[in-house]
Design a protein around this ligand. Structure first.
Ligand code: ATP
Ligand code: MG
Length: 228
């Protein structure tokens, strides 16, 4: 169906164990998955089935115990930290439930931070882009508010704008609408979907909300560390 769309991410036979000794758990038990630019994927499944663990691996924030991850055509196993960090900055945007903003900085500064790290724009260009991203999540009037002066839902929308800062080819979102009311859930979801379509980005989101899942292009149900 989407065979012509470029492959943004592929993983095959991923395994991950967490915990020590008696408490060691085989959390991911051979997960394979592909995501193409322009498509929105929902990963759904009961609490504890391994969804967040998988997103951490796909986002190169954690290393698998087995299997392979390919980002933008490059294999990520046996690469050093510098390569993984660079790939993360260039190709991946995160909207994680517990991936907090720097609360002592303004919304604008938070969104500019990934751009500063990547270093491809001038400061005025960074600021312009950050302003435009913040308006697209409905925070155009609050760009100079500090994180501490924003509500939980507003902080989450700043996190969405920040995830999009470097135009990543892959957006990973762990319950991106989890703390939002109906109106803002729709706003954030529509924004992510629109961007995926317009910019050919692959969006992979974990959600417990069936309405959100049903509006994605693909739904991947997970159970006990495997896609079913
Ligand atoms: N450090 C750890 N040591 C042992 N087990 C862990 C550790 N971290 C996570 N786990 C276990 O790994 C499993 C998968 O956790 P994960 O956070 O991926 O679940 P999830 O599908 O994201 O759940 P939720 O929907 O509640 O967010 C859970 O059973 C959890 O208890
Ligand atoms: Mg989780």
């Amino acid at each position: 169906m989407s065979a012509e769309k470029p492959l943004a991410l592929r993983c095959s036979n991923l395994h991950r164990y967490l915990g020590q000794g008696e408490g060691r758990v085989h959390v991911l038990r051979g997960v394979s998955f592909e995501a193409r630019g322009g498509d929105v994927y929902a990963i759904v499944g009961p609490s504890g089935c391994g969804k967040s663990t998988l997103l951490y691996l796909l986002g190169l924030l954690d290393q698998p115990d087995g299997g392979e991850i390919e980002i933008a055509g490059r294999r990520m196993s046996n690469t050093d930290d510098a390569v993984r960090t660079a790939a993360r900055g260039e190709h991946i945007g995160f909207v994680f439930q517990f991936h907090f903003l720097m609360l002592e900085f303004s919304a604008l500064e938070n969104v500019m931070m990934p751009m500063r790290k990547l270093g491809q724009l001038t400061p005025p260009q960074m600021e312009e882009r950050a302003r435009s991203l913040l308006s697209s999540v409905g925070l155009g009037e609050k760009t100079h508010r500090l994180g501490t002066q924003l509500s939980g839902g507003e902080q989450q929308r700043v996190a969405v704008a920040r995830a999009l800062a470097n135009q990543p080819s892959i957006i990973l979102a762990d319950e991106p609408t989890g703390n939002l009311d109906v109106k803002n859930s729709a706003l954030v979801f529509d924004l992510l979907t629109r961007l995926a379509k317009e910019n050919g980005q692959a969006v992979i989101l974990v959600t417990h909300n069936p309405e959100i899942a049903n509006r994605c292009d693909f739904v991947r149900p997970m159970r006990d560390g495997l896609f079913v």
